[in-house]
Design a protein. Structure first.
Length: 368
């Protein structure tokens, strides 16, 4: 992609977007029936792609995130290779803690690390002064990418949910137990509530900003759902979880911007299905351990996303097709956006994604 600074500037100023040629995912998210099932892959622009690994030799992770041009190039990598039905903007959930003043470094083998994780003593140092302003680069990347997609597929924006952000901020990186973050909830509930509330407000503004720049669908990642009991989740998170989609929709309405579908993905959230359904998202994304029937028996019309085991992509073609088709049959075609049950692993053969996408698109509606 050879764009001059002047061309980029012009694209960033323009909301005259190319018309959308593939609306499968938006039709499905709104409850309609598409010609073929829409499919995308969490972490589709990632290290399993050789072109991404080459790109990362020249640019650091957050350098890519902060440059609309570089983020756009990476976002388009999987779209060039596969017949995916959506692009997701290349970024990370941890740009939000960065905007609040916390340092995050991406370590080659370990993933994201906070050199100084958040403590009760440093809570007062978080910078709540307009963090969304500092994240405009994400919006700019979305707008540039929407132009560069030329209407091929819609672009998805995202954020993490308050609890998942808090886990990373307090644990300082990946965790097996989230016990430091949970300790706050049980021993300092007021501080925890205050932090969740402030994070939820930032998340609403951040996601609205992404739609203002051009995002056509949103996904809220609750990647740390497994650590909380349903009682604690209901008490601490449910009210905020309801406020997030409601707040986004209300703010878009006052700005006269059409609403976009909002997806909620709780990794390890099988014990929270009732609560997830109460929060009024447009789409509930299931991890690979959750059976679609477990949700459909509570709400038969909810649009679902998911949920092939990411490890199924290690299988040979025939086995992958077999498990993909079994998964598709369980969802039953209706109200289904196809995805993996969590992000794709870096050592997957890129060929497997092609087989997965082909199998999904060849799947015929059994109840036409
Ligand atoms: O899906 C996409 O293609 C869009 C990009 C995207 C990334 N991170 C790029 C990334 C998205 C949607 C995310 C979200 C994200 N980031 C989540 C929520 C989704 C989930 O997996 O539950 C979480 C928990 C993070 C935090 C994070 N960032 C971790 C745990 C890691 C390390 C693990 C890993 O898979 O590498 C990252 C790094 C990261 N984010 C990479 C990519 C492509 C790889 C880092 C590198 O290039 O060195």
């Amino acid at each position: 992609m050879d764009l001059s600074e002047e061309e980029i500037k012009q694209y960033l100023e323009s909301t005259d977007f190319p018309s959308l040629k593939n609306e499968r995912i938006l039709i499905t998210a709104k409850g309609g029936v598409p010609d073929k099932l829409p499919v995308w892959v969490m972490r589709q622009a990632g290290r399993y792609l050789t072109e991404f690994r080459d790109f990362r030799k020249q640019h650091s992770f957050f350098e890519i995130c902060r440059s609309p041009k570089l983020a756009c190039e990476v976002t388009l990598m999987p779209i060039r290779r596969y017949e995916l039905d959506a692009a997701i903007i290349f970024s990370d959930i941890l740009v939000v803690p960065q905007a609040l003043g916390l340092e995050v470094v991406m370590e080659p083998e370990k993933g994201p690390v906070f050199p100084k994780p958040l403590t009760l003593d440093t809570l007062k140092d978080l910078d709540w002064n307009n963090p969304v302003e500092k994240l405009q680069y994400v919006g700019q990347a979305i707008r540039l990418t929407r132009h560069m997609l030329q209407g091929k597929v819609p672009i998805i924006g995202f954020s993490a949910a308050p609890w998942t952000l808090m886990v990373y901020m307090i644990e300082g990186g990946g965790t097996k137990t989230a016990s430091k973050a949970k300790k706050w909830i049980y021993s300092n509930p007021q501080q925890a509530r205050e932090l969740f509330k402030r994070l939820a407000d930032v998340i609403v503004d951040y996601l609205v900003m992404q739609v203002e720049w051009g995002a056509q669908m949103l996904q809220l990642f609750e990647s740390s759902a497994e650590y909380l009991t349903s009682d604690v989740y209901e008490d601490f998170m449910l009210p905020l979880l309801k406020q997030i989609p409601a707040g986004i929709r209300a703010k878009l309405q006052t700005k006269n911007i059409p609403s976009v579908p909002i997806v909620f993905f709780a990794k390890g959230g099988r014990h929270l299905l009732d609560l997830q359904l109460q929060a009024n998202f447009d789409v509930i994304s299931l991890d690979w351990a959750t059976d679609p029937q477990d949700v459909r028996c509570i709400n038969k019309d909810i649009v679902l996303q998911g949920n092939l085991d990411p490890c199924a992509l290690y299988a040979d073609k025939e086995t992958l097709q077999k498990y993909t088709t079994k998964m598709l049959n369980k969802f039953g075609y209706k109200h289904h956006i196809v995805n993996l049950g969590h992000g794709i692993y870096p050592d997957v053969d890129p060929q497997a994604v092609e087989w997965f996408v082909e199998t999904v698109h060849a799947f015929k509606n059994p109840y036409p």
